[in-house]
Design a protein around this ligand. Structure first.
Ligand SMILES: [Mg+2]
Ligand SMILES: [Zn+2]
Length: 192
């Protein structure tokens, strides 16, 4: 029974533009430049591509679960039209003060996805724009990539302040996808 690695993608600041007041509807969802093509590049690999996103706006009562899931359905459809694929979108609806197990930096979403899809988390990659993404990857032994889109540049300083290393910083999802395809995956066993 072979476990497969996965590619985990954070959403806001990686796939689409951040908004200070949350992405509350599809009308407010704006793909970052190059993101669709980057996901298409990753889709050529045979690994699951799983979006893992903190959406505390749900727990705060700003949007409903139905709103988030509508955004995700449309996002996945747009990615598919652009030649890419998303295996699954997972989101944490909780607020920080809920102390749930799934809000990144906690790894609940990664662990649940591993259970569902039979993933080898230690051979998996997570691309995010925040310290919480890097720490969630570290928590399960996955390889983290920080992109400098979204909050990435600011979060890079925060990571350095906290003396957190063992992650790669790259300009955006385009660069991350190229790096994953050319470097990480080709050096790991099990990829043929
Ligand atoms: Mg983010
Ligand atoms: Zn949660």
């Amino acid at each position: 029974m072979g476990l497969t690695p996965a590619i985990f993608l954070d959403r806001d600041g990686v796939i689409n533009a951040n908004r200070a007041d949350y992405v509350k509807s599809w009308a407010e969802f704006e793909f970052l430049p190059g993101a669709l093509a980057a996901i298409r590049t990753l889709s050529a690999l045979e690994w699951p591509i799983i979006v893992v996103t903190n959406q505390s706006a749900v727990g705060r009562g700003i949007i409903t679960r139905a709103d988030v899931e509508d955004i995700h359905q449309r996002m996945v459809a747009a990615i598919r039209r652009a030649g890419g694929r998303i295996t699954e979108v997972r989101y944490c609806p909780h607020r920080p003060e809920d102390h749930c197990r799934c809000r990144k930096p906690r790894p609940g979403m990664l662990l649940d996805a591993a259970q569902q899809w039979g993933l080898d988390l230690r051979r998996s990659v997570l691309v995010g724009d925040a310290m919480s993404d890097i720490l969630a990857a570290h928590a399960v032994g996955a390889t983290p990539i920080l992109v400098l889109t979204g909050r990435g540049s600011e979060q890079l300083f925060r990571l350095r302040e906290n003396r957190i290393d063992h992650f790669q910083a790259l300009p955006d999802l385009t660069a991350a996808a190229a790096h994953i395809v050319e470097t990480i995956l080709h050096t790991q066993p099990g990829l043929s």
